[in-house]
Design a protein around this ligand. Structure first.
Ligand code: GDP
Ligand code: GDP
Length: 477
């Protein structure tokens, strides 16, 4: 029974799919629902198979459009029937949906009721995206890690209220959406093409998105106005699709652009530079910052494009810092290198400024390019691919623990009040970007300098430039 899916696919067109947000009360389902649906909320309690307990709406996330179902209405159920109602409602939502967003509250951690939900989803063999919500800030770290224990894959760090982590949700929904797109295309009236039977099977399991290169790599090119973003993307496209130049008033509606760069499918996210060009400079600065932010949130790799003449402006620094905090892979590209006279001297100065102004991006590649002539674009492509690769890297646990022993011997952790902190064991808990957990005594007493020592060591010894590295210290349970 897939009422919701069927009804709404008609409404939204054949490309859309249905996402159900499930989880116990108060984890933040409605907040996310409202964010996805915005003002255009449609209550559809008069449709067959859809009751008052299930809210449906048309969701937008980036360029994706889909139907979202929220298992609301549970808040009023305060009596003993709550568990039974929750179960029935969730089962119905799962049956209606193509994919389920299973939400837990990362601040509370995993509760027995969450476990019950996980069981339902497993029994139903639902396609599950796991989200650890309320993840803004470090108070959520422990809960995010607990979520791995549900055995439903890697959780997305989400904050529905603050709109964080939507890029990761997007990344997971994109392949599902593309599958529907493909199904729709294949179901269109045929001329002489044959159809792959499997694509007709609505209940077929979707592939869990993996970091493979058959999905377009999501790239944001960010930087101050006039850094050369449009010129760069035009050069890669090999045609004048974006319209560069000093004239004002050229706009584009597209949020992203699919390109093929040296055999790599990429989706390049729109920023203000690609939009062009408000008349008032101040307005432009504002526009470009907020657009840049949005592009960063949707990207896997962020290319910070600097103008060689005015590198590391405040705005560049801010957006590079944001990319690091958002956990994106980062490549710094210095543009307009064609008009630079003293290239060697300049490069030396740039590297010094980079190390001084963006220490948090230590190890990120710095590539000189000319968007105008195309020189250096092959190296930029290589740097993007490598940063993406590192961002996805997984280090085996055995190698990590051998490494940890060496690091501890070389430089033992401090001993506050004469009691030495023990670092016992470590493992890589996540990728994109790489995140590691160290089990230790007194995690709160470990100074930031020691964590930095370990992070820098990881970066160098396992060759992981160009990606943020997260290190979580956890006390033994
Ligand atoms: P639902 O019962 O699962 O639909 O949860 P709601 O969306 O009604 O949210 C429950 C409470 O959690 C509300 O007070 C929200 O403001 C709060 N909340 C929702 N999302 C977040 C978040 O991302 N971070 C934090 N800190 N609070 C959130
Ligand atoms: P955006 O605002 O970042 O999209 O910048 P544009 O792509 O519109 O470029 C701004 C100006 O810089 C234009 O006049 C471009 O022709 C010029 N420009 C862009 N890239 C280069 C380059 O590599 N070398 C030189 N000399 N000029 C460039």
């Amino acid at each position: 029974m897939r009422y919701g899916a069927r009804l709404n696919r008609k409404k939204l067109g054949p490309m859309s799919f249905t996402l159900a947000i499930v989880g116990r009360p108060n984890v933040g389902k409605s907040t996310l629902f409202n964010r996805l649906v915005g003002k255009k909320l449609a209550l559809v309690d008069d449709q067959p198979g859809v009751t008052r307990d299930l809210r449906e709406g048309e969701a937008r996330l980036g360029d994706l459009r889909f139907t979202v179902i929220d298992t609301a209405g549970l808040e009023d159920a305060t009596d003993n029937s709550l568990e039974g109602r929750m179960r029935r409602l969730t089962e119905r939502a799962v049956d209606m949906a193509d994919v389920c967003l299973f939400m837990i509250d990362a601040r509370t951690g995993v509760t027995p009721v969450d476990e019950m939900f996980a069981d339902i989803l497993r029994k139903k063999s639902a396609h599950v995206i796991l989200a650890a919500n309320k993840s803004e800030g470090s108070a959520a770290d422990a809960g995010v890690l607990e979520a791995y224990g549900l055995g439903l894959g890697e959780p997305i760090r989400l904050s529905g209220e603050h709109g964080e982590g939507l890029n990761d949700l997007y990344s997971q929904l994109l392949p599902i959406s593309e599958r529907f797109e493909k199904t729709a295309q294949d179901n269109a009236p045929l001329t002489d093409v044959s159809v792959d039977e499997d694509l007709d099977d609505e209940d077929a399991e979707y592939e869990v998105p993996q970091p493979t290169m058959d999905k377009p790599l999501q790239v944001a090119v960010v930087g101050r106005p006039n850094a050369g973003k449009s010129t760069l993307i035009n050069k890669i496209l090999g045609e004048d699709r974006l319209l560069t130049g000093p004239e004002a008033g050229i706009t584009r509606d597209a949020i992203s652009l699919k390109i093929d760069w040296a055999g790599t499918p990429m989706r390049v996210f729109d920023t203000a530079g690609m939009r062009k060009k408000a008349k008032v400079q101040e307005k432009l600065e504002k526009l470009s910052v907020s657009d840049g932010l949005r592009a960063v949130k949707f990207a896997e790799v962020v290319v910070v494009l600097l103008d060689a003449d005015i590198p590391f402006e405040q705005q560049d620094l801010r957006i590079a810092d944001l990319a690091e905090r958002e956990g994106r892979a980062v490549v710094v590209a210095v543009n307009k290198w064609d008009i630079e006279d003293n290239k060697q001297e300049k490069l030396k100065n740039l590297k010094e400024a980079f190390a001084r102004l963006l220490p948090q991006l230590r190890g990120a590649p710095l590539v000189t390019v000319s968007a105008k002539t195309g020189k250096g674009l092959d190296r930029l492509h290589a740097a993007i691919m490598r940063a993406y690769d590192v961002w996805n890297r997984r280090v085996p646990t055995a190698a990590l623990n051998r490494w940890l022993i060496g690091m501890l011997e070389q430089h033992p952790p401090p001993a506050p009040q004469g009691k030495r902190i023990k670092l016992r064991y470590m493992t890589q808990a996540k990728t994109r970007p790489p995140g590691f957990v160290v089990m230790c005594s007194h995690p709160d007493k470990i100074p930031a300098s020691y964590t930095r020592y370990l992070v820098n060591g990881l970066r160098e010894d396992f060759d992981m430039p160009g990606t943020p590295i997260r290190l979580y210290m956890r006390g033994q349970a």
